[in-house]
Design a protein around this ligand. Structure first.
Ligand code: HEC
Length: 157
């Protein structure tokens, strides 16, 4: 029994120590996705879906849940956000060239259609991010329209 107690105390100390390290927050202010929205011009319903279900991991601003104040959950969320932004960041849209924009849109449609995104772990705690079939279809249709714009721009002159 003694060893169990020692392990429990060690774990408790580790847990408390962890609380002192806080990963840097992802908190850009203002219209951080203005360029993306102006260029792709999503209808209001699409814009809301993207903002509510994707921006927390794919933009420079995350609305953190209260449990982000608890390590190691905070480390875990921080890594997800970093990883998500590396693959796709709506706040960095102006830094992508036309080909990349077109490709990212293609990936968005794929991920949404195959129900890979938003991540399952996210929808467990974010009821509003559970997309209906209509919402998924609406995203795919918007992607098709928008890709046409970029593909036209890619034609050789
Ligand atoms: C909880 C965080 C989270 C949310 C919310 C989220 N994603 Fe992601 N997304 C990630 C992570 C992490 C990756 C990279 C690893 C992977 O592909 O699983 C990723 C990857 C992607 C990729 C790139 C796939 C590739 O092949 O490079 C696309 C596109 C994408 N997400 C679209 C979306 C869209 C669209 C939404 C909203 C409908 C969304 N994601 C919501 C975390 C998230």
């Amino acid at each position: 029994m003694k060893i169990v107690k020692k392990v429990a105390v060690a774990l408790l100390i580790a847990f408390i120590a962890m609380q002192f390290y806080r990963p840097e927050k992802n908190q850009a202010q203002g219209d951080h996705t203005a360029q993306f929205l102006t260029e792709t011009n999503p209808a209001a319903e699409i814009k809301i879906i993207l903002q509510q279900t994707c921006y927390n991991c794919h933009s420079n601003h995350t609305e953190y849940p209260w449990y982000n104040n608890v390590a190691p959950v905070s480390y875990w969320l921080s890594n997800h956000i970093k990883d998500g932004k590396k693959h796709l960041n709506f706040s960095d849209w102006e830094t992508y060239d036309i080909k990349k924009k077109d490709h990212k849109l293609e990936e968005i449609a794929e991920e949404v259609k195959e129900e890979e995104m938003p991540l399952k772990e996210y929808t467990w705690t974010h009821e509003e991010a559970k997309l209906t079939a209509e919402q998924r279809n609406a995203i795919v249709a918007w992607v098709q329209q928008t890709r046409a714009l970029y593909q036209l721009n890619q034609q050789p002159k």
